[in-house]
Design a protein around this ligand. Structure first.
Ligand code: PMP
Length: 422
């Protein structure tokens, strides 16, 4: 038995499913998880001493690569001065300034400790600000695990939702309306039917939780127009795309001005951080300047602020276009290799993110993402992992590159793909 397997066995007796977040268990790819001992640059080292080229990158935060020297130094320097005060500190102001400077739609920002808290709080604010209850979200969109977002379709897409998991009251998700991503007409219909009680539309401007799915031309603009017309707020969930699709996020790349933006992952530089921000006139409704309540013992934690600030400072100097071009070329070659083996594959790519779907159908929404051949994916995943390539253990996830991935990393990954047998 490997050390990872021993640890996983023990973990299973102590932690539900042996993991602190479900996909890590690698169930859908029929593998045991690898326990990571350390990570540096583009690579992970397991408890068994095996090295992997990492395309998960902690599910997105590590755009600079693991254990970046400037981020590590900022954390160590800050830790030496105390780890939590529960009182304001300078670093919170500096990170807020950096976020406001970078993200066009954010005039004020509130720090929280996870992406889930960011989206949950943004929705409460949208409801408190508009005095309405409804929220439109998209099938296959993930906005953390707050009750309101864990909704499945009831009978027919344009009807009210049912809970997506036990433990969520039907009374809560009755306010959650579902549409398909890229289907502007469905959103328009929901507004025409129920527009007087819709507080917000929440959307990943580039979807990253059904695999990578890009917005069709006009989709985001259409959401902007419909929300403005009906007095609802447009919430961009940029927990994945913020500081990744461009330094100013997807909103900068696509030129759309949302009312509220949710951030996470990269702004924490690998520490637990989320944030939500937006227009001053809306954000000032948050307590204590307004009456919409939201709080956190560890919010604005100095270590997390230091890691985020060091990350943003380093990213501001990076060549995003160059990484995008390298990721495009690399993922295209990967696609070609799979095509050459007679495997159906559709590639979606933007910036330093891509997904290879094992289907010939263009992937534009959740139903088309679900046409992927999961057997072929599992086989690819397992054979790549055997060769030291660490991919996300699900066909509905993104692959992330980072500024630490070298051409040699990409070459080694392509060589591994060439050896895969289907
Ligand atoms: N929104 C999006 C778009 C996400 O991808 C995630 C997590 N992957 C979240 C929200 C929730 O963030 P967290 O896991 O930090 O709570």
């Amino acid at each position: 038995m490997t050390i990872s397997q021993e640890l996983f066995q023990k973990a299973g007796t102590l932690i539900p499913g042996g993991v602190n977040s479900p996909v890590r268990a690698c169930k859908s790819v029929h593998c045991d998880p690898l326990f990571v001992a350390s990570a540096s640059g583009s690579k992970l080292t397991t408890e068994d001493g095996a090295e992997f080229i990492d395309y998960v990158m902690s599910w997105g935060p590590m755009l600079l690569g693991h254990n970046h020297p400037e981020v590590a130094a900022a954390i160590a320097h800050t830790a030496a001065k105390g780890t939590s005060f529960g009182a304001p500190c300078r670093l919170e102001v500096e990170l807020a300034q950096a976020v406001v400077d970078a993200v066009p739609g954010i005039e004020m920002v509130r720090m929280v400790s996870s992406g889930t808290e960011a989206t949950m709080s943004a929705l409460r604010l949208a409801r408190g600000y508009t005095g309405k209850n409804g929220v439109i979200k998209f099938h296959g969109g993930y906005h953390g695990h707050a009750d309101a977002f864990l909704a499945s379709a009831g009978s027919g897409v344009a009807t009210q939702s049912i809970p997506g998991t036990p433990g969520v009251p039907a009374d809560v998700v009755k306010h959650t309306l579902l549409a398909h991503y890229n289907d502007l007409e469905a959103v328009r219909a929901l507004f025409e039917q129920q527009g007087d009680d819709i507080a917000a539309v929440i959307v990943e401007p580039v979807a990253g939780n059904m695999g990578l799915v890009l917005p069709k031309p006009g989709f985001l603009q259409g959401l902007r127009e419909l929300t403005s017309k009906y007095g609802a707020l447009l919430i961009f969930d940029e927990v994945i795309t913020g500081f990744r699709v461009s330094f100013g996020g997807a909103q900068a790349a696509f030129g759309i001005d949302p009312d509220l933006t949710c951030l996470g992952k990269i702004i924490g530089g690998g520490l637990p951080v989320g944030a939500y921000g937006g227009k001053r006139k809306i954000m000032s409704h948050i307590a204590p300047s307004g009456n919409v309540y939201q709080a956190g013992t560890l919010s604005g934690n100095p270590l997390a602020m230091a890691a985020g600030l060091a990350t943003l400072k380093a990213l501001a100097q990076k060549d995003y276009a160059a990484l995008a071009a390298r990721t495009d070329a690399f993922s295209r070659e990967l696609e070609n290799i799979l095509h050459g083996k007679g495997v159906p594959v559709t590639r979606n790519h933007i910036a330093s993110i891509f997904t290879l779907f094992f289907t010939e159908t263009p992937v534009v929404d959740f139903p088309s993402a679900q046409t992927g051949d999961s057997k072929a994916f599992v086989s690819f995943y397992q054979q790549m992992r055997e060769q030291g390539i660490y991919l996300a253990p699900s066909g509905f996830e993104c692959a992330f590159t980072s500024f630490a991935h070298s051409e040699q990393d990409f070459e080694r990954t392509l060589d591994a793909a060439r050896k895969v047998r289907f």
